[in-house]
Design a binder for this molecule. Structure first.
Ligand SMILES: C[S@@+](CC[C@H](N)C(=O)[O-])C[C@H]1O[C@@H](n2cnc3c(N)ncnc32)[C@H](O)[C@@H]1O
Length: 218
């Protein structure tokens, strides 16, 4: 909260909020939240959690690329966390412009982006769950600056791996898993610039991530 200059009663909007972990944590500290995501089950989960804990948070099932600005200038801060690069460059510019419109003058726009992969090799990691292993398989095509992540599940007592699909954009509809454009720091700053936001890199709040912060002027 201090990094974004937030206090109790302030309003925050978050695009690509998924199941709203960060947003619900802010709501527990008295910040009023609007979250937007394109996966309905995330939105249902987040709203259910907010209702059960009587938190000041509302989550909306919408495509952030066509999302109408709820109360332009009415928010104290906007979050775009781990979502940049999941859509084409020009769409990211448009989405950040929309977020810029939502915040009041002086309001913060925070963008966090995963660290770029260090090699072209496919990496595979797994996490043990009660009824099997959740597997993350990532491959990086350096020439295209594109990372492909497959999320799979290996149930106990089975040799099969099930590919879990995440709904993303129509652009890559023929693929399983997630595609992500891998952007350098300069790329992120250039996207911000195109959207009218001067982003600067600040200390990241999460390991493996880079954090950029800008403020609406005028
Ligand atoms: C990696 S998650 C980020 C989750 C969360 N913000 C965080 O930092 O932990 C990216 C999210 O962006 C959402 N997303 C991707 N394309 C979207 C779109 N066009 N409109 C709204 N949400 C979208 C995905 O559904 C996913 O929940």
């Amino acid at each position: 909260m201090p990094m974004l200059g937030l206090s109790r009663g302030d309003r925050v909007i978050s695009f690509g909020c998924a199941e709203g972990r960060l947003e619900l944590a802010l709501a527990r500290r008295g910040v009023s939240i609007i979250g937007v995501d394109i996966v309905r089950r995330y939105i249902d989960f987040a709203n259910d959690w907010a209702d059960r804990h009587r938190l000041p948070a509302r989550f909306v099932y919408e495509d952030m690329r066509t999302c109408r600005v709820p109360s332009p200038g009415g928010f104290d801060a906007a979050l775009y966390f781990e979502t940049l690069g999941l859509i084409p460059f020009d769409d990211d510019v448009r989405v950040l412009s929309t977020l810029r419109e939502t915040v009041k003058t002086g309001g913060a726009i925070a963008v966090d982006v995963a660290e770029p992969p260090t090699s072209e090799e496919t990496s595979r990691s797994s996490r043990e769950m009660p009824d099997g292993d959740l597997i993350l398989e990532s491959s990086f095509q350096a020439d295209r600056k594109l990372q492909h992540i497959d999320v799979k599940f290996h149930p106990k007592n089975s040799d099969d791996e099930i590919v879990l699909r995440e709904t993303q954009t129509d652009e890559w509809e023929d693929h399983t898993g997630i595609y992500r454009h891998v952007y350098s720091d300069d790329d992120v700053i250039a996207i911000g610039e195109r959207a009218g936001i001067v982003l600067r890199k600040v200390e990241s709040l999460r390991s493996g991530m880079r954090m950029f912060l800008g403020f609406k002027v005028g």
